[in-house]
Ligand binder design. Sequence first.
Ligand code: ADP
Ligand code: MG
Length: 268
Amino acid sequence: HNTLPRPATRRVMCVANQKGGVGKTTTTVNIAVALALHGNRVMVIDLDPQGNASTGLNVDHRAGVPSTYDVLVDGIPLADATVAVEGVPNLYCVPATIDLAGAEIELVSVVARENRLRRAIDAFPADIDYIFIDCPPSLGLLTVNALVAAREVLIPIQCEYYALEGLGQLLRNVELVKAHLNNDVQITTILLTMYDGRTKLADQVAAEVRGHFGETVLEAVIPRSVRVSEAPGFGQSVITYDPGSRGSTSYLQAAREIAERGARGGHQ
Ligand code: ADP
Ligand code: MG
């Protein structure tokens, strides 16, 4: 494998979209694996109680294992919940257990509840180039924690009807967090996912998203592909499961663009 450039300072990216099923987890897993296989040190923080990113990386997330719940609610160090991902050197994961479903409510009465993840990340000593935070499909306290902890927001958008619906709410939340909790946060990266080249609709959605968000949108587009959806069933990314597939090459291209754009993305 040739290498992708390593950032000068750690990049923390929140992968968010309050819509479910748009490719947040798939994008998190595959971009993380791509960067790790090309010379970067990468961590995935699973912030969705469903634990799909943990499953996709084949990381144990049964109730009781140290997880993002313990980090957020009990304040354990991030390092104590971090595990190495098998089969991918330089890739680490903090799994999510089902306990996390209660955290949204348990955190309400906790001091500095929006800053829990940020503090844990800031205190994490290891030299990691990228941290990807896989958000749940909501804009609650878990996603707010991710937005406060991150400098960058990566929004996967599915090339489907209604793709832009509800996005306004996410954009407003990012602005609110920026205004009140984390001045550094910025939407740097938009990735078009589940693109079906046979439909006119997919092209229309892609054009609409590019018209609206300009340079923030990566040139790489992720095709709809059975291989992409099969891979998690084997605890793998599509990149390790079927390296030559279009899903794999498109995620590699997306990772390359992210690495080459640097921490501020596009031309913003
Ligand atoms: P989210 O995390 O936003 O809820 P997921 O990444 O879990 O979305 O994706 C939702 C479903 O779509 C999953 O079953 C996943 O395997 C599938 N999927 C994601 N990306 C693709 C793709 N490019 N082609 C086909 N299926 C995909
Ligand atoms: Mg998900």
